[in-house]
Design a protein around this ligand. Structure first.
Ligand SMILES: [Zn+2]
Ligand SMILES: [Zn+2]
Length: 194
């Protein structure tokens, strides 16, 4: 990580100014389809991307059902993951994390993406999330080191790698294959064969 971490931050929970000091529900997400950062992502998806396969899938499910929420959450996490990858590569901006910390308590280095759902979690809490992650297909219990290694492998690569290849890797299920590809030295040159 370059020494630009001064400008790379984590989005945090914001509170309105005194006297109320109420928590502000101003959370934003990055749209997977148009890459805009928007406050009401579910509404945005329904208004602007109703033709996308995943959005269609969500809208066919009963309103307020957990299945529908799960599809929207999947779209949200994928969009945020793409955004975070860009922010980390550029070394500036704000990471969109799954649970926003209080201001000043966490830094970008404290976070890793879940290898299953790609949501950004605090490293030390990632194993706990992973054991409950709804995107996880297998039932094996995660080990801390494996889980962090897998999350780390999802971080943007050091080698220059086109957005096309990044997209392909991000869209693949994060199983051993992707992790193996990412672990290979010079994998970016594979692109020429694609
Ligand atoms: Zn959009
Ligand atoms: Zn997960």
């Amino acid at each position: 990580m370059p020494s630009t971490s001064k400008v790379l931050k984590v989005t945090s929970t914001k509170f309105s100014t005194a006297p109320t000091s109420k928590r502000m529900w101003d959370r934003v997400h990055c749209c997977l389809y148009c890459e805009k950062v928007v406050p009401k992502i579910a509404r945005h998806l329904q208004t602007h991307h109703a033709g996308e396969a995943l959005v269609v899938k969500a809208l066919l499910l009963p309103k307020k059902s957990s299945a529908r929420n799960a599809v929207f959450e999947d779209i949200r996490k994928k969009g945020d993951y793409a955004y975070n990858s860009k922010v980390i590569k550029e070394g500036m901006g704000e990471l969109l994390v799954y649970k926003r910390p209080k201001v000043g308590t966490m830094g970008p280095a404290d976070y890793l993406p879940c290898p299953h759902c790609h949501g950004y979690f605090v490293k030390t809490a990632l194993w706990r999330h992973e054991s409950n992650c709804t995107a996880k297909k297998t039932s094996e219990s995660p080990k801390l080191s494996n889980c962090q290694m897998a999350g780390g492998a999802l971080l943007p690569t050091k080698e220059p790698c086109s957005s096309k290849l990044q997209t392909i890797l991000a869209s693949m299920r994060s199983d051993g294959i992707v992790l193996t590809i990412r672990g290979m030295s010079g994998f970016a040159s594979m692109e020429s064969t694609m």
